[in-house]
Design a binder for this molecule. Structure first.
Ligand code: HGY
Ligand code: MN
Ligand code: MN
Length: 416
């Protein structure tokens, strides 16, 4: 049985091969992935992950949100498990590593402990959270939000995709509705390993991000009501133009984010026009504003300012305006002891590292509500993510997984 030491590293080639194998499922059109949650491709990826977990000696449980929990037993049956989690679902034009690196590095940690003959006191559980991305069904981090008690199961099941299909129906259709009550299982600790999805680690030439915090988020869904009319024959002074109101609000969001620098972001990634005809002024425009900051006061202040200014913009144009928060979590501070275990593992391995605040949201943000949690990050090329060109090196991938292995083994305790 190996003691912690120089040889406690993962098998970099095996991890990379697993990433490339999973990337074949739900391919994109430009080298990335389109494996959106609860699609047939998601189901195929889940089946492959299940096969790999069982081949590594783990047993699988699934909860009512379809989240997958693969357990490697510990020597103390009463000890709460140490969890490693992330997500296998991707954006429509996603990369091969966002989320997938964390889940398959968790599997690699198990495979490496098997190879090294390491037995831990606490069980270790590798988790694939359903619908982390929130691309098809808002909000993001949906299953982990239900697990943390922040989102109601029935609300989650009712969420609709742009085609009007509900989360609950789609989960049933792909055959991944589990028996387990969501949130019933308790955690000793939770680790998530993820690509940075930003430019800092690469620019600073650091291999490991020791994640101390994650910025908070609001997703504000605006519904603007104009009057459908002919774009040619309707005089300008007779228009009730919801499209113009939307454009002014998008510009205003940019202005508010810039007014609150440093340390915040704001933008719009999705919008729908109805009837979406080239020569009809839109009767309805629906779009989601995404604002984030690690500073609670700034985050909530931006929300209030944006909603107030949007109301003024719409009133001036005679456009109806309603807004619904369809996603939210407050800024997160990760567990200092787990953060220290990540930093120590990076130092023992001789990997250049730095503290970092996560710009993107992660399931760890909800896990942190119910257990000590933290994250590990590796760089990604040009800081690019949520783009099929998302790229990392094999060394970056395995470096973070080495840190994950050591932090998990330290936290789970090597059995005597
Ligand atoms: O939105 C996020 O930050 C994550 O990628 N779901
Ligand atoms: Mn992710
Ligand atoms: Mn993502």
């Amino acid at each position: 049985m190996a003691a912690p030491g120089e040889n406690m590293r993962v098998n970099a080639d095996r991890l990379w091969d697993s990433l490339m194998e999973m990337a074949k499922i739900g391919p994109g059109v430009a080298g990335g992935n389109n494996r959106q949650t609860l699609t047939d491709a998601d189901a195929e990826g889940r089946t492959l992950f299940k096969r790999w977990c069982e081949a590594a000696g783990m047993t699988l449980a699934v909860d009512k949100m379809g989240t997958m929990f693969a357990t490697r037993p510990g020597t103390d049956p009463d000890a709460l498990p140490v969890y490693i989690g992330s997500h296998l679902d991707t954006q429509p034009t996603g990369g091969k590593y966002d989320g997938v690196l964390g889940v398959l590095s968790g599997l690699e940690v198990i495979r490496s402990m098997n190879d090294l003959g390491i037995r831990t006191k606490h069980p270790v559980v590798v988790t694939n959270w359903t619908n982390e991305e929130g691309a098809r069904f808002a909000p993001a981090m949906l299953a982990s939000g239900v697990f943390a008690g922040a989102i109601d199961l029935d609300y989650a099941y009712s969420r609709k995709d742009p085609d009007g299909k509900t989360f609950g129906d789609e989960l049933k259709r792909i055959g991944w509705v589990g028996e387990e009550e969501v949130g019933a299982r308790k955690m000793h600790a939770y680790f998530e390993y993820h690509i940075e999805q930003g430019p800092i680690l690469e620019a600073e030439n650091r291999q490991i991000g020791v994640v101390t915090h994650c910025q908070g988020l609001w997703w504000l869904e605006f519904t603007l009501t104009g009057r459908e009319a002919h774009t040619g024959s309707t005089p300008m002074n007779m228009r009730v133009n919801a499209g113009l109101a939307m454009a002014r609000i998008v510009e205003m969001v940019q202005t508010v984010a810039m007014e609150n620098q440093p340390g915040c972001v704001g933008g719009v990634g999705q919008m729908f026009f109805s009837p979406n005809s080239r020569n009809v002024l839109p009767g309805k425009v629906v779009f989601t504003v995404d604002i984030r900051s690690p500073d609670q006061a700034k985050l909530d202040g931006m929300r209030a300012t944006i909603e107030a200014r949007a109301a003024e913009i719409c009133a001036a144009l005679g456009v109806g305006c309603s807004v619904e928060a369809v996603g939210h979590f407050d800024p997160v501070t990760f567990d200092p002891d787990l953060v220290a275990s990540v930093r120590k593992a990076a130092e023992d391995l001789g990997y250049r590292h730095m503290n970092i605040i996560s710009g993107a949201g992660h399931d760890a943000c909800w896990a942190a509500k119910v257990a000590p949690a933290t994250m590990i990050m590796c760089p990604c090329v040009g800081g690019l993510s949520h783009n099929e060109a998302e790229d990392i090196s094999k060394e970056w991938a395995s470096g973070g997984a080495d840190v994950l292995l050591r932090a998990v083994v330290e936290t789970a305790g090597i059995a005597e």
